[in-house]
Design a binder for this molecule. Structure first.
Ligand SMILES: C[S@@+](CC[C@H](N)C(=O)[O-])C[C@H]1O[C@@H](n2cnc3c(N)ncnc32)[C@H](O)[C@@H]1O
Length: 208
């Protein structure tokens, strides 16, 4: 599957959703980051950008990347309209082709799933290597299917956080797993519809 096909797919997903004026952050990000001193953050597959904007409001310098030009253009416009353009850099980037340059205090990847080619273990390993010592990698995956998800395949498998960690294969002398669990929450989808969903949360810290 080519990058063009993947871009077309994700542009379509984003285009069918109305542009948010102030998208909300993911609750797992808020849980994990509240209390951390701001630094440099990288948001992988940023989507509409609620996480990047939330981080920027707390003083983080955020590089937010997404394959979808629609998502990136919307986030860049939102950052400008909220006066956060100095703190948010929104870039179109295909993580299947290459990993963004730079070192970060926080890398987050929320629901970075795709029906197209995306070598997640390679991307997430690169993310762990891109951390400064003391930095955190927050990976939040779906553990269930929301009724409004683009993916309604009943055969979808949801690797546990432990399986995701094993797939990344990090050296415990350099990285420690600080959180690996499967909490539930009430999610809000398009049109204010709600449903209970499961998250697979993995928080890794680079120690040296
Ligand atoms: C399910 S959405 C999650 C968006 C956002 N992180 C959130 O929590 O709302 C997955 C995002 O990953 C992006 N994506 C998919 N494949 C990608 C790739 N190869 N490189 C970069 N971004 C990609 C999609 O465009 C989409 O915005």
């Amino acid at each position: 599957m080519s990058t063009t096909d993947a871009s077309t797919f994700w542009d379509g997903v984003h285009t069918t959703r109305p542009a948010a004026t102030d998208p909300r952050p993911n609750s797992r990000l808020v849980e994990a980051v509240t209390g951390l001193a701001p630094g440099r953050a990288l948001d992988l597959g940023c989507g509409e950008g609620g996480d990047a904007l939330w981080l920027a409001r707390r003083g983080w310098h955020v590089t937010a990347v997404d394959l979808s030009a629609v998502a990136v253009a919307r986030l860049a416009a939102l950052a400008r309209s909220h006066g956060l353009q100095e703190l948010v850099t929104a870039e179109r980037h295909d993580l299947h082709a290459a990993f963004p340059r730079g070192r970060f205090d926080l890398v987050c990847a929320h629901y970075l799933h795709s029906p197209h080619d995306l070598d997640r273990p390679t991307v997430l390993r690169a993310a762990a290597h891109a951390l400064h010592p003391g930095g955190s990698l927050l990976i939040v995956d779906h553990g269930s299917t929301a009724p409004w998800s683009w993916n309604q395949d009943p055969d979808t498998s949801y690797p546990t956080p432990q399986e995701v960690a094993a797939g990344i294969g990090l050296d415990p002398a350099t990285w420690t797993v600080e959180r690996a669990d499967t909490p539930r929450r009430i999610a809000t989808g398009p049109g204010g519809r709600t449903a209970e969903v499961t998250d697979h949360v993995l928080l890794i810290r680079r120690t040296v």
